[in-house]
Design a protein around this ligand. Structure first.
Ligand code: SF4
Ligand code: SF4
Length: 205
């Protein structure tokens, strides 16, 4: 996987606080600032440990995440997880979302929409909440708990509108309207929704 071009850590140092490290040359506990972290960032940046050099969070890899999801701004650390995932969600890696900032960040529409899209695509999604400093976060797999529903609301000439909901049992946790525009592959100008797609979607209304 490639890093997103032009996307840098900047002033962020969330991973140097949130994550645990357990390598022969360097160990650190989760939720505690690394002993080498100072106001300007990593005090040993030029000679930092191999594990630190190699690590980048999901925000550095996933172009679909907006710029303001940088962990120090969003309070959410996006990571990849391939171990300890249930076999009935075979896609790998899963996405681990550690909400270390204000908990209400997990209720923002952008966050919920992102979770909904992952769950709808059967990507394992783990929501993790940090414990006290030095304790590991508690994580829960969201896929089994949540159901994502989608329905066709409007089929226009070049625009499609869907209603999407995230439901837990009888409770609707979030809902959103999703608009899609049909544009020409070369011109990027609006074009009519292909007839076959239009008919199929109208049959679902
Ligand atoms: S959490 Fe991500 S953006 Fe922030 S310092 Fe670590 S790798 Fe960089
Ligand atoms: S050594 Fe530097 S890069 Fe590694 S965790 Fe500590 S502060 Fe971060």
């Amino acid at each position: 996987m490639d890093l997103v071009a032009g996307r840098e850590c900047g002033e962020c140092s969330a991973c140097c606080v949130v994550l645990n490290v357990d390598t022969p040359e360097f160990q650190k506990l989760p939720g505690k600032p690394c002993a080498h972290l100072c106001a300007q960032g990593c005090a040993i940046h030029e000679t930092r440990f191999p594990v630190c050099r190699a690590y980048h969070c999901g925000w550095r890899y996933l172009a679909g995440l907006p710029d303001d999801w940088r962990p120090d701004k969003s309070g959410v650390l996006v990571d990849f997880q391939s171990d300890d995932l249930p076999p009935h969600y075979p896609k790998r890696p899963g996405i681990r979302l550690t909400v270390f900032g204000p908990p209400e960040n997990a209720l923002k529409p952008g966050f919920l929409n992102y979770v909904a899209r992952l769950v709808a695509a059967d990507v394992p999604v783990i929501l993790a909440v940090p414990g006290p400093p030095a304790f590991f976060p508690a994580g829960a797999l969201l896929n089994d708990a949540l159901t994502v529903t989608a329905s066709v609301k409007h089929v226009g000439r070049a625009r499609l509108v869907f209603d999407q909901s995230v439901v837990r049992g009888e409770e609707r946790l979030a809902s959103a309207e999703l608009s899609l525009a049909c544009v020409g592959a070369k011109s990027y100008r609006p074009v009519a929704v292909p007839e076959a797609i239009r008919k199929k979607l109208e049959g679902l209304r």
